[in-house]
Design a protein around this ligand. Structure first.
Ligand SMILES: *[C@@H]1O[C@H](CO)[C@@H](O)[C@H](O)[C@H]1NC(C)=O
Ligand SMILES: *[C@@H]1O[C@H](CO)[C@@H](O)[C@H](O)[C@H]1NC(C)=O
Ligand SMILES: *[C@@H]1O[C@H](CO)[C@@H](O)[C@H](O)[C@H]1NC(C)=O
Ligand SMILES: *[C@@H]1O[C@H](CO)[C@@H](O)[C@H](O)[C@H]1NC(C)=O
Ligand SMILES: *[C@@H]1O[C@H](CO)[C@@H](O)[C@H](O)[C@H]1NC(C)=O
Ligand SMILES: *[C@@H]1O[C@H](CO)[C@@H](O)[C@H](O)[C@H]1NC(C)=O
Ligand SMILES: *[C@@H]1O[C@H](CO)[C@@H](O)[C@H](O)[C@H]1NC(C)=O
Ligand SMILES: *[C@@H]1O[C@H](CO)[C@@H](O)[C@H](O)[C@H]1NC(C)=O
Ligand SMILES: *[C@@H]1O[C@H](CO)[C@@H](O)[C@H](O)[C@H]1NC(C)=O
Length: 278
């Protein structure tokens, strides 16, 4: 499995974008650069400028004066190549995140259009509405194919989707753990049996979801590699029946990337992690 430079860069950018402690200032500087650039662009486009200022000459002058300051600030900021590289990576990650959610939306639209029962349900048997959804799904399929042909993108989305499932596992485990400690529950809710029952009922639902996710050993391997403790999930999987397998792909079904093998994903993930962990 080879990793394109863009992909590795994107993961680095992702780490950067998600680094809440250190890179807040980097991120805000990137936003600042985008804002200043938009201002300079506005001032240089007479049509847009006059529209924005509603043909008020004083407002036009104000914007032009601000744009002139912006040019100076930009000149300083853009000389920092570390910053510019970081901004490019962050922008690339944001674009890929957007593309991943577009693909997921296209896929559910296509699935809806292909499912007569769901379509009738959704449109309340209005054939006009149904036809319009089918038409939209057809154009979505073209867009989806274009996006899905980009393996850098599909690989990135697959990793994000797995990581998102790992986070779900972590959350479900916490929900279950919090309900299993009666001492803690009584300390928190006293004799409010209604609240305790509600926590326990949530935990029961969580167990079902956890069993479904945990039946996927590939996913568990990925989560472990990511440093997410899935021991409880693995134990649950070992003791649960195979009945949960069918729903395992529920939360990770966004990708139509069958060509993309599991071994490759593990390898990719190892590489992804090495980038995340620096
Ligand atoms: C986050 O940023 C801080 C400060 O720049 C840095 O020390 C730390 O290594 C970064 N963490 C990651 C995961 O990039
Ligand atoms: C200037 O702004 C107008 C209105 O927003 C836009 O239609 C046009 O494409 C812009 N021209 C350039 C050169 O960016
Ligand atoms: C033009 O804009 C200036 C500054 O915002 C404002 O004080 C003035 O009243 C505006 N003139 C007109 C004619 O709206
Ligand atoms: C360049 O930008 C980076 C990232 O924001 C920052 O850590 C560094 O201090 C900046 N360098 C200079 C010379 O301003
Ligand atoms: C079609 O949609 C219905 C209702 O939403 C759902 O129960 C069913 O599983 C779907 N069928 C397929 C093949 O996805
Ligand atoms: C079906 O949907 C169309 C488009 O939204 C609407 O104009 C029409 O009135 C609907 N027909 C019925 C019978 O509700
Ligand atoms: C594939 O997607 C990546 C990430 O969005 C992008 O940088 C790259 O230019 C795309 N490649 C092609 C051939 O469109
Ligand atoms: C249960 O909760 C109590 C109170 O929060 C805590 O002291 C105890 O260690 C917990 N027990 C387990 C098995 O986690
Ligand atoms: C198992 O998890 C992997 C990684 O998230 C995913 O690609 C795959 O589709 C899942 N398999 C099933 C059967 O859900």
């Amino acid at each position: 499995m080879k990793f394109t430079a863009a992909f590795v860069l994107a993961l680095a950018g992702s780490a950067l974008a998600k680094n809440k402690t250190g890179s807040t200032s980097t991120k805000s500087q990137c936003k600042q650069i985008a804002k200043l650039t938009a201002l300079v662009d506005l001032a240089s486009n007479t049509t847009a400028l006059e529209a924005k200022a509603k043909n008020n000459a004083t407002k036009v002058e104000n914007i032009q004066a601000k744009a002139s300051d912006a040019v100076a600030s930009l000149a300083t900021l853009t000389t920092n190549s570390t910053l510019m590289d970081a901004c490019a990576q962050i922008a690339s990650v944001e674009a890929m995140d957007d593309a991943c959610s577009s693909m997921a939306k296209f896929e559910s639209l296509i699935a809806l259009a292909a499912n007569t029962t769901a379509l009738d349900d959704k449109t309340k048997n209005n054939a006009t509405k149904a036809a319009s959804i089918v038409a939209k799904a057809s154009s979505a399929a073209t867009k989806l194919d274009a996006l899905a042909s980009n393996t850098t993108l599909t690989q990135y989305c697959a990793v994000q989707s797995s990581l998102s499932d790992c986070k779900s596992i972590e959350k479900l485990q916490k929900t279950i753990a919090s309900a299993s400690n009666t001492t803690a529950l009584e300390a928190k809710f006293g004799s409010d049996t209604k609240k305790i029952a509600s926590v326990q009922s949530k935990a029961t639902k969580a167990s079902t979801e956890l069993a479904a996710l945990s039946s996927n050993s590939t996913l568990l391997d990925i989560c472990s590699s990511a440093g997410i403790n899935v021991a409880a999930a693995a134990a649950a999987a070992a003791s649960s029946t195979s009945s949960s397998t069918a729903t395992a792909s529920k939360t990770s079904g966004a990708m139509r990337t069958d060509a993309w093998s599991m071994g490759a994903l593990s390898a990719l993930f190892a590489a992804a992690l090495s980038v995340y962990m620096i």
